[in-house]
Design a protein around this ligand. Structure first.
Ligand code: SAH
Length: 213
């Protein structure tokens, strides 16, 4: 598990690529510049780690494109100490970016294999989310709610109601909504029943699946 000067240099180039694509939040860019993405991927993909592309990981899932990770993270507007829920832990890359920003992260994954490997891997890099959970993200995490922000990192065919109700007043839900193609959507909870909705461009995610195996 090496993070060499070469890796750091490539990572800085990646930061400039996503800055050019429109990410402006310096804290988010700094976090992307810190997380050693090559260590979150299979060794055969090492060469690709610092391209701005999604790549396959275990269990037929993907590690999200760095630009997408940055875009979603920017919409969350994280402050240090925020309590954050992530749906779709996957490789743990997005989880690590959230940890870099000082969030207290809860993250749910429905694939047992990924849950197990990522649970072991993140602490080895020094990332300590509050809790990783093996379960179904559609339900959210009632016992730790309400959250300052919630991020869904898989394509949701609809917006799960529990995620809306587990937001703090003023909290933000960032969720890609759609079947084949998803519209990045931000909900800001302005009151118990008052949600402000913003839509951003189109993205492609692996699907948020029901019925965990
Ligand atoms: N954040 C991840 C992205 C992984 S892809 C990363 O940076 O690597 C999306 C992940 O969502 C996959 O690991 C998939 O298994 C998981 N997922 C799909 N449906 C889910 C559900 N209902 N609950 C929790 N996780 C789910």
């Amino acid at each position: 598990m090496k993070d060499t000067f070469k890796h750091k240099g490539l990572r800085q180039q990646l930061v400039e690529i996503i800055r050019d694509k429109g990410i402006t939040d310096e804290k988010v860019l700094k976090a992307i510049g810190k997380v050693p993405r090559h260590l979150f991927m299979d060794s055969s993909f090492l060469d690709h780690a610092y391209q701005d592309k999604a790549f396959p990981i275990a269990a037929d899932q993907t590690i999200s494109q760095p630009y997408t990770v940055a875009f979603q993270t920017e919409l969350m507007q994280i402050k240090p100490g925020d309590t954050v829920l992530e749906i779709g832990t996957g490789s743990g890359y997005q989880t690590a970016v959230l940890c870099e920003l000082g969030a207290r992260v809860y993250s749910i994954e429905r694939q047992l294999e990924l849950f197990k490997s990522t649970s072991k891997f993140l602490p080895k890099l020094g990332y300590r989310p509050k809790k990783l959970i093996f379960g179904d993200g559609y339900k959210g995490l009632k016992e730790e709610a309400p959250f300052d922000s919630i991020i869904v990192t898989a394509g949701a065919p609809f917006v799960p109601k529990p995620l809306m109700s587990q937001l703090k007043i003023g909290g933000r839900l960032v969720i890609p909504v759609g079947d084949q193609v998803q519209t990045m959507t931000l909900f800001i909870r302005n009151g118990p029943k008052d949600f402000e909705k913003h839509e951003y461009g189109e993205f492609r995610f692996v699907p948020l699946l029901e019925d965990k195996n």
